[in-house]
Design a protein around this ligand. Sequence first.
Ligand code: ASP
Length: 605
Amino acid sequence: MVTEGFRRTHWAGELRAGHVGERVWVAGWVHRRRNHGGLVFLDVRDRSGVVQVVVRPEDGEAFALAEGARPETVVRVVGHVRARAPQAVNPHLATGEVEIAVERLEILSRPDPLPFLPTDRGVDEAVRLRHRYIDLRRPEMLDNLRLRHRLTRAVRRALDEQGFIEVETPTMTRSTPEGARDFLVPSRLWPGRFYALPQSPQLFKQLLMVGGVERYYQLARCYRDEDLRADRQPEFTQIDVEMAFVEAADVQAAVEAMMARVFEETVGFRLELPLPRLSWRDALDRYGTDKPDLRYGLAAVDVGEAAAQSGLPVLARALAQGGAVRALSVPDAGRLSRRDLDALVAAGRETGAAVVAWIREGDGRLGSSFGAAAPEEALSALRAAAGAAAGETVLVVAGPLAGARAAVGAVRAAAARRLGLVPEGPTPPALLWVTDFPLFEVAADGRLESAHHPFTAPADEDLPALLAGEGDPRAFGSKAYDLVLNGFELGSGSIRIHRTDVQEAVFRLLGIGPERARERFGFLLDGLRAGAPPHGGIAIGVDRLAMLLAGASSLREVLAFPKSASGLDPLTDAPAAVDPEQLAELGIEVRPPAAVSGAEEGRSP
Ligand code: ASP
């Protein structure tokens, strides 16, 4: 490598025994400095790694400069690569067989005393984010950014090969409902009017299909003003995809090819295609969640019949109230202690199941948390219904369907954790499609809400009833699907409504009257009337995918400049107050808030 203008012949981290004897120019930061045996050793780091530079007293000016070089000083070194003495070889360092004997040392920039060094461990995250430019010098951070780059590069290549084109959609636009609040941008030229930052490019990508683009993608920045939750970012990136003249299987096939490439080029893993598919109902019944982690088994089964015949009063009561009884066999081979079992019961109870109990073998008889009076035959019948093998512990949950399902999910996840069934790294991954979601959910106030978003097509068999205003909309199915990775919802998509009459019927059921629909989505309805092809797509979260592939524990580890958990940008101190003149120009008056949540993390202006 030779760069014109600024001379540098090699990356520091790429020097090897094969370079011995060469005169090289390297540049970077002083990673560490050691004075030893009258010599100064500088570890010089650039983005490729670190190489050792040796400076002797007889090197004159270079020696004086090296002696005074603090860590993170920016230097350029000219010197000769030579082999290290055998006892000085460092097998842990890629360049550990060589070093550079200095000929010239230049100081390009001297840092002030720094709040921390890239070599420091356990630095408080707030400090790291405040000085992210130092934190990014840590090889781990750089590796994560590189992995993310390979991810998006693989996405672009895979979609390009399949004939998709990347189209940018506006980020100053009108609100798109994805279930969160909008971030608003006031308009100076139109006082009192606001742009919204997009929660997703949903409507634009549908209009691109109306516009004949047919295969679109975008690495789209999206913004959602949601309440603070651990590990959520107010702005995030999605791989946004839309295709015309397709069914769900076509979208899924395109995404699978893309994901295969992503796994191959980021973590070198070969995905087996097609990915497994699981219906929403089966996911909930077996795993108690619509985003099951299938890296481990532990599927629940319905033991309602055995429960009805068991004579156990708590189960009889749950069934009499129309509830469900489910059981989970856990291959614990005695590894779960009583305390572990109690913890599993507590995890299940928290989610609202009426009953969570265990049955296990021990000392040649069956023990359970149903109480000493529980007849052994009943316990044995429940175990058999659960399909438990010898030595397996059975967990039984009972209650209203939603609660029983949630309890299965909680008990299953807690059991997997306690049994060490959850692998650490990103591979082998469990990637699957969850399909056949309902079209609607019922909100706390009894109103219908879209399970995905209001542009999701209903299942074919429910279309006539939907258009006729008949049937129970809560039972309507949809053409929505989710992509799930290791227990996380990675992406969500659907075949869309491409007929105005269907879209209007859905709006009606959602309580969005014709006027409101016209006002908010008139442009979409007009578009659908202009000859809309059948179409569908998906959006996949880049940040989450990068996090899982990097084996990182937080989204902040795969974003160059993330917001803190409280939605603040510790680097620039955004959101920040603005000048009164700026507000006046916008025609905005700010009422001082009584209390700003998260203010404790903010710094005073
Ligand atoms: N717009 C949806 C979202 O952001 C994804 C989609 O349906 O394509 O979740």
